[in-house]
Write a protein that binds this ligand. Structure first.
Ligand code: CP
Length: 343
């Protein structure tokens, strides 16, 4: 059975088919591709865009979305108490194991989509992605990643938006800067991991711009970006120099993330983060680019990650990309239930 856990598991032709279908669905949004179908949306963490776009998307295709928030979506998933470790001895708070939850939801629903952020205590645990992997192992229907330690739906929306803005499907050769930005809290690396993978997959020349080596992504994603670039004809490099990274860029994609060596010791990272507020995306930096597009997955703190002038500029594609979440996820859901596109 095909799941959508990471785009790395999908071939380029499959991704291209999804994107092509998404462009078509944007032009003609209402259909019956999910008629009689139900989608479980399981949120262990909060959402604005993901929840709204999946719910509306299912409805626009004649399907039904069931939203579940184990423990309340503001929690870490521990409040309801679901266990994910194989062989767990459930003498603590967990009331239910993913083995049952996934199989039961599979009896009601045709798709299960899951959002489960890291717990931010121990990266060696979080990087195993146990929640979504548990659902994928035990579900008998396809499972969709709505953001765990990667955010593949955001990747699809990002590529779709770049294709629209550049007016061509081929993104090869574009100079792409994935820039770390300051945020008062240490955030998930998911979108940065995803951006590095999908930008290299589509043949762009990608620079990961971050304050120092401690902000490198997990080597799993660094390696994936390198091998994607080798395959696509793009490139992948790390830089800590703001000016040269922005020079001549065609795309600036901003994201904040917590440095992995400080995982679980976030107080120690605070001084490092605070010293790098100047990574904010502003007009002065954008002026160095080749008229670059600016992107961010949202939500984004204005005048912390990017200035108002950048967020509201004609070259800002932040709202377009958020809209395109709807179209790519519709194509994805249709594909996974056998209703068009790839899969
Ligand atoms: N970009 C994104 O996934 O937004 P939400 O967290 O609001 O779903």
């Amino acid at each position: 059975m095909k799941h959508f856990i990471t785009t790395q598991d999908w071939g380029r032709a499959e991704l291209d088919a999804l994107l092509s279908h998404a462009h078509g669905l944007k032009a003609s949004p209402i259909n019956r591709l999910l008629e009689g179908r139900a989608v479980a949306l399981v949120f262990f963490n909060p959402s604005l865009r993901t929840r709204a776009s999946f719910e509306v998307g299912a409805w626009q295709m004649g399907g039904h979305a069931v939203v579940l928030e184990p423990g309340g979506s503001g929690g870490t998933g521990g409040a309801w108490g679901m266990a994910f470790e194989p062989g767990a001895v459930m003498g603590g708070d967990a009331e239910e194991h993913v083995r049952e939850a996934a199989r039961v939801l599979s009896r009601y629903c045709d798709l299960i989509a899951v959002r489960a952020f890291p717990r931010f205590v121990d990266w060696s645990v979080d990087r195993r992605d146990l929640v979504i992997r548990g659902f994928a192992e035990h579900a008998t229907v396809p499972v969709i990643n709505m953001e765990t330690i990667t955010h593949p739906c955001q990747e699809l929306a990002h590529v779709m938006t770049l294709q629209e803005r550049f007016g061509v499907p081929d993104l090869r050769g574009k100079k792409y800067v994935l820039t770390w930005t300051y945020h008062p809290k240490p955030l998930n690396t998911a979108v940065a991991n995803s951006a590095a993978m999908i930008a290299t997959r589509y043949g762009m020349d990608v620079t990961l711009l971050c304050p120092d080596e401690r902000y490198r992504l997990d080597e799993r994603y660094m390696d994936a970006a390198c091998s994607n670039a080798a395959e696509s004809g793009g490139s992948f490099a790390v830089s800590h120099d703001i000016a040269s990274s922005y020079d001549g860029a065609d795309v600036v994609y901003a994201k904040s993330w917590g440095a992995l060596p400080f995982f679980g010791k976030w107080d120690e990272e605070k001084a490092v983060r605070d010293a790098n507020r100047h990574f904010i995306v502003d007009e002065e930096k954008m002026a160095r680019t080749n008229g670059a597009l600016f992107g961010h997955c949202l939500p984004a703190r204005r005048n912390v990650k990017a200035t108002d002038a950048v967020m509201d500029a004609p070259y800002s594609m932040i709202v377009d990309e958020a809209e395109n979440r709807l179209h790519v996820q519709k194509a994805l859901m249709a594909s996974l239930v056998g209703g068009g596109g790839a899969g």
